[in-house]
Ligand binder design. Structure first.
Ligand code: ADP
Ligand code: MG
Length: 342
């Protein structure tokens, strides 16, 4: 066997296989980029479950004309520059892989305008053909990334796409999760030109409750306890459902670490344990919780598409979450429910 260096296009396609599993993963990456760019309003337009079109438009900081080409190159990022930065990273992205991966498995157009620019600039890449010399384009301040015909040149991947309805369902799930963590941002989702979700930025507590109600059900808002506790470096906020508002499936459990949704055995265990004495067997609690922690005490550099993190002091985190929720649930007796909710 002769050893050969793989061509860049193939390297990108292999990477894309890991990062972009389906349309919803592309949506996640694009919206995370918008959030990292400080956007307060994000428009997500989808056609045919994302297989025909995914277009994400934001009002964030934009990309400089000279950086447009670099944004599409592998391992090029504005978010970290050193190992030290990586250890305290708070942005969603930092690998510089999403845009090049997507450009290798779709027809991608990137258009952006910064505040100091008079017009927008646009570049295109579609796997084989590239137009990396920026072309002037009318555009408001912010960025628009358009992906057409996702996986058109990777038939094996395209074949695995499910129905339009299923793929769109995944996209909706991804957006709900993000909308629950970024109340300050407006999210507007359209599918085949139909408005599906239009969430205005939620700044007051009343507006936040309204958003939670829209995403998790009004019942949850009325039958939950507010969490707001801290202990040194650790803070825990959000809502935990009363035992009376449990579900038969564990499908309404959201746990964010520094704004990033995670799934973690340790955290699951801590919450489950807190509810152990108050929930019937086979019932699952509903919760939306936000843990804030010194970013140096948590490693987010796990697999890009997976929701895993590693806590440096996992026992301390476990005990904190367990004790605080248990305390809340113990303090409230059935007759207090209404007194607790304001
Ligand atoms: P990463 O997010 O890991 O840095 P990406 O491939 O997703 O890598 O994006 C590459 C770079 O392009 C980012 O670091 C950022 O500088 C720029 N970029 C991408 N999307 C946006 C956006 N919506 N607004 C502003 N800059 C963006
Ligand atoms: Mg990114």
């Amino acid at each position: 066997m002769l050893i050969k260096q793989l061509p860049p296009q193939l390297i990108n396609q292999i990477a894309a296989g890991e990062v972009i599993e389906r349309p919803a993963s592309a949506v996640k990456e694009l919206v995370e980029n918008s959030l990292d760019a400080g956007a307060t309003q994000i428009l997500i337009e989808i056609e045919e479950g994302g297989s025909r079109l995914i277009r994400v438009t934001d009002n964030g900081l934009g990309i400089a004309k000279v950086d447009l080409e670099l944004a599409l190159s592998r391992h090029a990022t504005s978010k970290i520059g050193s190992l030290h930065d990586l250890e305290s990273v708070l942005s969603f992205g930092f690998r510089g892989e999403a845009l090049p991966s997507m450009s290798s498995v779709s027809r991608l157009t990137l258009t952006s305008r910064q505040e100091s620019d008079n017009a927008g600039w646009s570049v295109k890449a579609d796997g084989t053909e590239k137009e990396l010399d920026p072309v002037p384009t009318a555009h408001p301040i912010g960025t628009c990334v358009e992906l057409r015909d996702l996986f058109y040149n990777t038939p094996a991947r395209r074949k695995f796409l499910k129905t339009e309805k299923t793929e769109f369902g995944h996209i909706e799930t991804v957006l709900k999760r993000m909308a629950l963590s970024r109340f300050d941002t407006g999210f507007n989702l359209r599918h085949n030109q139909r408005q599906i979700m239009d969430l205005k930025p939620a700044l007051s507590n009343a507006e936040k409750s309204e958003r939670v109600g829209l995403l998790c059900g009004d019942g949850f808002v009325h039958e939950s306890l507010e969490v707001d506790v801290a202990n040194g470096d650790l803070g825990l906020q959000g809502w935990v459902g009363l035992p009376t508002y449990s579900r038969s499936q564990a499908d309404m459990q959201f746990f964010y670490v520094n704004g990033r949704l995670i799934r973690d055995k340790l955290i699951n265990h801590a919450v489950r344990l807190a509810y152990q004495d108050v929930l019937f067997h086979g019932r699952h609690p509903v919760y939306v919780l936000y843990l804030s922690i010194d970013p140096r005490l948590v490693d987010v550099n796990a697999h890009p598409a997976k929701l895993e993190v590693r806590f440096r002091e996992s026992k301390a985190v476990h005990d904190f979450v367990y004790r605080r929720i248990k305390q809340l649930l113990t303090d409230v007796r059935p007759s207090d429910h209404h007194a607790v909710k304001t």
